[in-house]
Design a protein around this ligand. Structure first.
Ligand SMILES: [Zn+2]
Length: 273
């Protein structure tokens, strides 16, 4: 639903909360933890030049929409408000709210990047109540793309393998991860990533849990696996350090809320009981 429709029919917006996004970041009042705006507060905040809106789910009893702010609206917002990245909120807010905000950002990112048909180049239009974009010229329908990834912990007796990624700015250690390639099962992808990144063979790969990771559109599938053979030999490209750590003497880990951290804590707890 374009906001112009909703503005012409304001009753459609009763009992709604709105996530406001500008340049890929979330708007909030400075010093206020609230990340969703009521309709009353919206009127004084933006000019309704907002380019697009879409219903992304529910929060408590309210329906939640994401609105992409137009450049004119962003310029108009007072210094009492600030834009914050979703990544900065990881572990700082409830996980179900984080997921809801992530769904909004993911939808906007997909919508922005698929304005034209990938097959024939004609402008797409929203379709299937905003779940898809559709090309009327060649009949191609495009739904948001989700990229499956694997992430997991390799275990060797009372130790686990944690790695320092070259992209990390701090001396934090994490589990190994990577994208699933065409034709692979999730388990095969995890075994391949471990082999490629640290030169280890694994067995007994076990699924633990998953997490949507909207940076910009991954679904992380979390595993554990047992060491089978091989010595650690880092690839030097994605991983520059990797070691076996005792579960009771772990290094700096990813923040709470990240699936990597949850898998480490989960397996540590299992080992302790
Ligand atoms: Zn087309």
């Amino acid at each position: 639903m374009a906001l112009s429709d909703a503005h012409a029919n304001p009753e459609k917006f009763d009992n709604q909360l709105v996530l406001l996004v500008g340049n890929g970041k979330i708007l909030r009042k400075v010093g206020d933890e609230e990340l969703l705006f009521s309709l009353d507060s919206l009127a004084s905040l933006i000019n309704f030049q907002t380019t697009i809106s879409h219903v992304i789910g529910h929060w408590h009893s309210a329906r939640v929409s994401v609105l992409q702010l137009a450049a004119a609206d962003i310029q108009r917002i007072s210094k009492d408000y600030e834009f914050i990245s979703l990544r900065a909120l990881l572990g700082e807010i409830q996980s179900d709210l984080f997921q809801l905000l992530g769904a909004g950002l993911q939808w906007l990112n997909w919508y922005t990047n698929h304005q034209y048909c990938g097959r024939c180049g004609v402008k797409n239009t929203l379709f299937d109540e905003g779940r898809a974009l559709h090309c009327e010229a060649c009949n191609l329908t495009c739904y948001p793309r989700i990229s499956p990834c694997v992430i997991g912990l390799v275990i060797k007796e009372d130790q686990c393998l944690l790695a320092h990624h070259t992209k990390y700015k701090t001396h934090r250690f994490s589990t190994l991860a990577g994208f699933i390639e065409p034709g692979e099962s999730a388990e095969q992808a995890f075994a391949r990533e471990v082999r490629e990144e640290v030169g280890i063979q694994v067995r007994n790969i076990r699924y633990i849990k998953s997490q949507p990771w909207p940076f910009p559109g991954q679904l992380m599938l979390g595993f554990s696996a047992e060491w089978l053979s091989g010595e650690i030999e880092v690839d030097g490209e994605e991983i520059d350090e990797a070691y076996w750590f005792d579960f009771d003497n772990l290094p700096e880990l990813p923040p709470k809320g990240a699936l990597s951290r949850e898998i480490i804590e989960y397996v540590k707890q299992e080992k302790a009981t």
